[in-house]
Design a protein around this ligand. Structure first.
Ligand code: IPE
Ligand code: IPE
Ligand code: MG
Length: 238
């Protein structure tokens, strides 16, 4: 039986090192990273993956030099402006996860218009993680629960899942991290509880169909046990 692959999440890492290897500026690396992201959105759609989440800017990335941070946000606005029509026409629904309260009114407006425009699309659900941190998300979620006066006994795992930024999607089945670092970097801490994790040395701007298919192939070969024994799971698959 073919394993389900409902949700792929990607930590798009390695733009800076890619640029350095080519003797280019880090910003050029991010530009090529944006192209890779565009490629992967189409590939995911072609492979009928319903949910794709891309980690574009972490809550810790503000610590980078100011010109890099500004360059990244300019690139994002440009990317949305240039690609939105094509994405919309190809049926991609776009949502942003993360804390948007720190963004300019202009960027918030752009994000809102993008989400509204693509609201009825169904070919692929794309979530872009922007100023996203897993711990920050849990803090914001906890505050919301307290504000709503939710009674302690009524808090379940479902309550929390339903309050997180990702409430509209299932937990990721597969996480891919490019760039050769074997860590999570504060991404989807709650949601990755049972996700299969694929690490690759490939730098993000070089990521394409071949590497995506390798990751999917690897995922298909995993036995997901969710705490049970290998024998139990084999029995159920039969
Ligand atoms: C990932 O590439 C993009 C962002 C974090 C915004 P990096 O910029 O982290 O690239 P490296 O890790 O320095 O090579
Ligand atoms: C993770 O990459 C964040 C994104 C890809 C957006 P980083 O480059 O920020 O991660 P660390 O700092 O090396 O862990
Ligand atoms: Mg990095």
């Amino acid at each position: 039986m073919q394993k389900r692959l409902n949700h792929v999440a990607i930590i798009m890492d390695g733009n800076g090192r890619w640029a350095q290897q080519q003797g280019l500026s880090r910003l050029k690396g991010h530009e090529m990273g944006a192209r890779a992201a565009k490629r992967v959105v189409q590939l995911a759609k072609d492979r009928s993956i319903p949910f794709l989440t891309l980690y574009a800017f972490s809550s810790e990335n503000w610590a980078r030099p100011q010109d890099e941070v500004e360059g990244l946000f300019n690139l994002l606005e440009r990317f949305i402006a240039e690609e939105i029509d094509e994405l919309n026409e190809s049926g991609v629904r776009i949502r942003v996860i993360g804390d948007m309260s720190r963004f300019s009114d202009h960027l918030r407006g752009t994000i809102q218009r993008t989400m509204d425009l693509t609201r009825d699309n169904e070919a692929l659900n794309l979530a872009i993680a922007l100023n996203y941190g897993g711990r920050d998300e849990i803090v914001r979620c906890t505050r919301r629960l307290l504000e709503q006066g939710v009674k302690p006994d009524s808090v379940t795992e479902e309550t929390i899942s339903g309050m997180l930024d990702t409430s509209f999607m299932p937990d990721p089945d597969l996480l891919i991290r490019t760039g050769g670092e074997w860590r999570i970097s504060n991404f989807l801490l709650w949601q990755l509880a049972y996700t299969e994790i694929y690490f690759t040395h490939t730098l993000w701007p070089d990521f394409g169909a071949e590497e995506l298919d390798r990751a999917i192939q690897w995922y298909m070969g995993r036995q997901r046990r969710f705490g049970r024994t290998p024998e139990q799971v084999r029995g159920e698959d039969r």
